[in-house]
Design a protein around this ligand. Structure first.
Ligand code: ZN
Length: 244
């Protein structure tokens, strides 16, 4: 009798198959920010058979994180997020290779890490950090999946960054823009982060499978109050410092 395959429900899918699953196993993803978005995204990428995750967060687990940050338990409060997340993800999937970076990365460090990954997920909570991650992705020509959640709203967008010309994250937001707000001040309902984090994992898997062409450069916006999704095409902005 053959050993049941952990990924049998993927392999039976014509959109994945054995070849697609092998492609996921050979892939690496950098996750910047292990918050309400990074946690569910990391969980699904790990359980789905992505071969290697690089986890970057400088923070420690706080009790107010627990409603959203599904990798952590009460016993993890006070531990660094990357340590607690790595322990949880190894239990979930012992085949997964994990690297951790427990400090805030400057752009040079990010670009050097990005040379060894196939996609980047950004679930951080400040516009300044998002610009640093975006610019590093553009420089390293690595696909970026960016997600955000606040109050009862969420958004996701994927940029392939394959060649110059954009668009990129700075084509949506500029230095003058007000950020959506921060979760500490504005609040966020926990399942909103779960929906957006899972969607980020889905986008990343499509990137890794080479099937993200048609969905890239489209900002998906979700209003959880009404349940309505809107999709907006992102075009290169003439005064974007990367794409203009
Ligand atoms: Zn741009």
């Amino acid at each position: 009798m053959t050993e049941p395959n952990r990924y049998a429900r993927h392999i039976v899918l014509p959109e994945v198959g054995a070849a697609g699953q092998a492609r996921l196993a050979a892939s690496s993803v950098l996750i910047v920010g292990l918050g309400g978005l990074g946690c569910p995204a990391a969980q699904y990428l790990a359980s789905s058979g992505v071969g290697r995750l690089v986890l970057n967060d400088f923070d420690a687990v706080d009790v107010t994180n627990l409603p959203r940050q599904v990798l952590f338990t009460d016993a993890d409060v006070g531990r660094t997020k990357v340590t607690a997340a790595a322990a949880r993800l190894s239990q979930l999937n012992p085949e997964l290779a994990i690297e951790t970076i427990d400090q805030r990365c400057d752009s040079a460090r990010l670009v050097s890490v990005m040379k060894h990954v196939d996609a980047v997920l950004d679930g951080t909570d400040s516009l300044a950090t998002r610009f640093v991650v975006n610019d590093a992705c553009v420089a390293a020509q690595v696909p970026l999946v960016s997600g955000a959640a606040i109050r009862l709203e969420g958004q996701v967008v994927t940029f392939l960054n394959r060649s110059g010309g954009g668009p990129c994250y700075r084509c949506i937001y500029s230095d003058d823009d007000e950020w959506l707000g921060d979760c500490q001040g504005s609040g966020v309902l926990a399942p909103v982060t779960g929906v957006i984090g899972a969607l980020m994992a889905m986008e990343a898997i499509q990137v890794l499978l080479g099937k993200a062409e048609s969905r890239a450069n489209v900002l998906s916006l979700w209003d959880a109050k009404t349940g309505v999704w809107n999709r907006v095409a992102v075009k290169p902005r003439t005064n974007c410092p990367n794409c203009g």
